[in-house]
Design a binder for this molecule. Sequence first.
Ligand code: ZN
Length: 304
Amino acid sequence: MSRSGRQPIKRVAIVGGTHGNELTGVYLVKKFQQYPQPLERPSLECVTLLGNPAAIAANRRYIDRDLNRCFAATDLANPALSTGEDRRAKAIAAQIGPAAHPTIDLIIDLHSTTANMGLTILPSSQHPFNLQLMAYLVSANPSVRICYGSQDNQPPVLLRSLLPLGCTIEVGPIAQGVVDAVLFQQTEILIHQILDYLDAYNQDKPLPVPSSITVHQAIQPISAIDYPRNSGGEIQAVIHPDRQFRDYEPLHPGDPMFLNLMTGEAILYEGDRVVYPIFINEAAYYEKNIAMVLTEKKIIDLIA
Ligand SMILES: [Zn+2]
């Protein structure tokens, strides 16, 4: 994973529709495939692909299994796993290439969220090159937020984790199956800023980055908070009105988190420190037993 010297980033994969009902990425990839010229940079080549065509056709997140949880090395190597998503994951991994000799240098995986997360970037790893790239994106677009995901310390299963370099771009709020022109355009600009940074880096004319960045790190050991449920597993309380759409805003001890719709009772945050929830009320996470993900803010100094 070390990237010594100035190895150029020659091939970039841009993936949309890893989740079939997240249409921002689907339409961006379709646009790039129809009009590839704006992606062209002198020093690199972009490869665009639709992650899960069957799920896109069905306007569903997935058909049998969440494709973005199918990239564990053991699963990719297991021939017994043969759902459509398992086969698609193996095909994408083959296209990216083996870890020791990938044919792609950097992955951009395009997602959207029903949570109010604006333009969020989840880097593939904490590799110094990713940090520099993220810092540039924040300086070019101060509304961009950087998140280290809750899965970063677990065996990698996400598409972006096929390579150390790259990121997921997560934009919202946007309903599943819906395209929003503003988010579409903002995401497109972000992709061009990434390509501009990579091209300048390849040509040994690195674009300036700030000396430090603020990142949101999913708290350890457990960052995902489930909805309050009864003994039968049914949700008993929903996101409190004071918390809805307030991703990245501080949650203080004693603040309301959930509201029991039957009794009207507020359920308070019982932690002992301020946290910053994200993915609040994400539609796709009801089945994953996640009501929100708690993060903490960290300032990271960048080594020049
Ligand atoms: Zn997604």
